[in-house]
Design a protein around this ligand. Structure first.
Ligand code: ADP
Ligand code: MG
Length: 384
């Protein structure tokens, strides 16, 4: 049974009737453009076919009641006065808080939430859940849906209500994703350009099975080092630095900020090149950009890990693999590979075998399709 049908079935069991609306919100993976978002640079993520689904009906008061299938647990709060607590309920509460702060009058709803985005694996289950919550609230409250404004609102919910310092890329791609396409995002002005995936290839996400607690502090340290480098180079952000500028200005930088800057400047160039390669249907060039990105993240930005390096090496040695790199903030989590479509089944089997032997961790392998961003289906159930 699909997850969509599963949340509908569970809604009927709970509430004794069909839901009046459904919400779908995808997770995401970033093809290239890592640690560039907070430097006002370029990123190239795609929304994926691992998704959060909500089946719901509006209430005639201002309460939200959600049952999470993942936690087998229900929670309830008042959208006009959410109170800080702990656990998964903080995501929809944070969204309600941010929407109220923006002056929206909110209605309540009740329903069932499920997700096929693995939690905490770096595929942005949190962004898919906040976007789905926002879409549900907007739907039952007759608030017109502005995809970019709502993505920023969801970022604010995670930043301020959850205290998680995520960038805007995650909620934005979950909001504006396109079927069959990745989206080139300029993080300075949030301009977006859909870019087709190369024909006859697929994206395979390779979860190393490792998670590092270090991510938060290392992330803040990298951000500071990038700001320090930008200041030393006399610009507001590293986005304003070209490869030539960096070469000329490098005497003003100490060794560590120089390496961080070299990654960010090079990664912006590679991300734009990757988008051009995709536009031209050049899968090999995209693969080379991904390989170079990994090397830079490992050696200059120093955010890879032993397991990520092992996974990338295992992938690259296999037939049909055009490129592989770590994806996400680093220190653990997922890598991704660009693989010729015909080679994908054998690739998935062999990469898992090789990685298990080389690392002693059990990997998760997800073959992904690019999906559209968050969707609201007001009468999806009755019209089936
Ligand atoms: P990531 O975004 O990389 O998956 P996070 O730690 O940012 O990891 O977010 C994971 C948390 O988001 C989960 O622990 C859970 O609290 C919450 N979450 C995400 N999706 C759902 C869902 N469908 N139902 C309930 N909680 C969810
Ligand atoms: Mg998250």
């Amino acid at each position: 049974m699909s997850l969509r049908d599963h949340v509908i079935t569970r809604f009927v069991e709970h509430h004794g009737e069909s839901p009046s609306a459904l919400v779908r919100a995808p997770g995401r993976v970033n093809l290239i453009g890592e640690h560039t978002d907070y430097n006002e640079g370029f990123v190239l993520p795609m929304a994926i076919d691992r998704e959060c689904w909500i089946a719901l009906r509006p209430r005639n008061d201002t309460r939200v009641r959600i049952h999470s299938l993942l936690h087998d647990e229900s929670m309830e709060f008042d959208v006009t006065a959410p109170e800080p607590g702990s656990g998964w309920a903080e995501y929809p509460k944070g969204v309600a808080w941010a929407m109220t702060e923006d002056g929206h009058a909110l209605n309540g709803w009740e329903g069932i939430v499920g997700s096929s985005v693995p939690l905490g694996a770096g595929l942005s289950s949190s962004a898919s859940f906040t976007l789905a919550s926002a879409r549900a609230l907007a739907g039952v409250s007759d608030i017109s849906w502005d995809p970019v404004a709502m993505a920023k609102l969801c970022q604010r919910a995670e930043n301020h209500w959850l205290g998680v310092h995520c960038g805007v890329m995650d909620p934005l791609i979950c909001s504006v994703g396109r079927e069959g396409q990745a989206v080139l995002i300029d993080c300075r002005n949030l301009d977006q350009r859909p870019v087709p995936l190369p024909p006859d290839t697929g994206i395979v996400i390779l979860d190393t099975g490792t998670r590092r607690g270090l991510v938060g502090s290392a992330y803040n340290e990298r951000r500071n080092q990038c700001e320090q480098a930008a200041r030393a180079l006399g610009v507001e952000s590293l986005r304003d630095i070209s490869d030539e500028d960096l070469e000329k200005g490098s005497i003003h930088l100490e060794a560590v900020p120089l390496r961080r800057a070299r990654h960010v400047v090079g990664e912006n160039t590679r991300t734009l090149e990757a988008a051009r390669a995709m536009q031209a249907g050049d899968a090999e060039r995209l693969g080379s950009c991904m390989n170079a990105s990994h090397q830079s993240l490992r050696d200059d930005f120093e955010v890879s890990s032993h397991e990520l390096d092992v996974m990338v090496e295992c992938a690259r040695g296999l037939s049909g693999c055009l490129g592989a790199r770590m994806t996400g903030a680093g220190f653990g989590g997922c890598a991704l590979a660009l693989v010729e479509a015909a080679a994908i089944p054998a690739f998935c089997e062999e990469v898992a075998q090789r990685y298990t032997q080389a690392s002693n961790f059990q990997p998760q392998v997800h073959v992904c399709r690019a999906r559209a961003g968050v969707e609201w289906f007001p009468d999806a159930v009755s019209s089936r």
